[in-house]
Write a protein that binds this ligand. Structure first.
Ligand code: DGL
Length: 257
């Protein structure tokens, strides 16, 4: 069984990427909605949330964790990963490594304030692709819009437009450095120049998960997902149904924690 965690709904985009990559493992997903938004929290607080999330997934006896939250990966890069009895796939490390041999020369990373403050994305991309220019831009308005269900609103469109307007004009790719942002992809697509390639790190994370599953010989599952939130389970259930489509299999349980 794979464990995923995020502060909220964003990690559902990573779960969708796992399913799109053909991974049928059973999944347990924890949304730490009581502590949203992660991007506005201190490094020390975030490191504490990371420890709690991994401890919860350990209790649930996962075989591996596929992190679905960039912000905690950014903090772990500097403060260290808590020890776990299972492997943990680092979303930023895997996203960065996927830039080896990239044709892109000027890449913008949009992410939460805490991720941008860390500089972790820039380091990960430049390590894989020396000479590539990376611009890192915080977009703190976006997560609350997604969590409040305002993805289709004019406000969301305007907020994405403001983020795009702040990007240098000569970029040739943009990285969604927060797992909530792919849910706003249609607004980014409309605001960006057509030549700008939109990159979802969940694709690289799913590829890493596939490699891990093959290397460890994890048994295949039946594609079920069990969700836990310490927020409102009914609202979360509605969001799961909306955002996962038929990628996630059944919602076996939805329990407030
Ligand atoms: N979705 C998370 C990430 O990828 C964090 C969102 C938040 O709570 O600020 O960083």
């Amino acid at each position: 069984m794979l464990g995923l965690y995020d502060s909220g709904l964003g990690g559902l985009t990573v779960l969708a990427a796992l399913r799109a990559a053909g991974i049928d493992a059973d999944v347990v997903y924890f949304a730490d909605q009581a502590h949203l938004p992660y991007g506005e929290k201190s490094d020390a607080a975030l490191h504490g949330f990371l420890q709690q999330n991994l401890a919860l997934l350990a209790e649930l006896q996962v075989d591996a964790v596929v992190t679905a939250c960039n912000t905690t990966c950014a903090v772990a890069e500097r403060l260290g990963w808590p020890p776990t009895p299972f492997p943990v796939l680092d979303l930023i490390a895997n996203a960065g490594a996927a830039f080896a041999g990239t044709p892109h020369r000027r890449i913008a990373v949009v992410a939460t304030a805490a991720t941008i403050r860390s500089g972790a994305y820039g380091r990960a991309i430049r390590a894989a692709a020396p000479g590539v220019e990376v611009v890192e831009i915080a977009a703190p308005a976006l997560v609350p819009l997604v969590e409040s269900g305002a993805v289709e609103s004019r406000e969301a469109q305007a907020a994405v437009g403001a983020v795009v307007a702040a990007l240098p004009p000569e970029i040739d790719a943009i990285v969604y450095g927060c797992s909530h942002y792919p849910l706003l992809d249609h607004w980014f697509a409309g605001a960006l120049a057509e030549r700008v390639v939109r990159i979802d790190p969940a694709v690289a994370q799913a590829a890493a998960a596939k490699r891990l599953i093959a290397a460890r010989g994890f048994p295949s599952g039946s594609g079920t997902a069990t969700y836990y939130t310490n927020g409102d389970p009914h609202a979360f259930e509605a969001a799961v149904r909306r955002w996962t489509g038929d990628h996630t299999g059944k919602v076996a349980a939805l329990i407030a924690h």
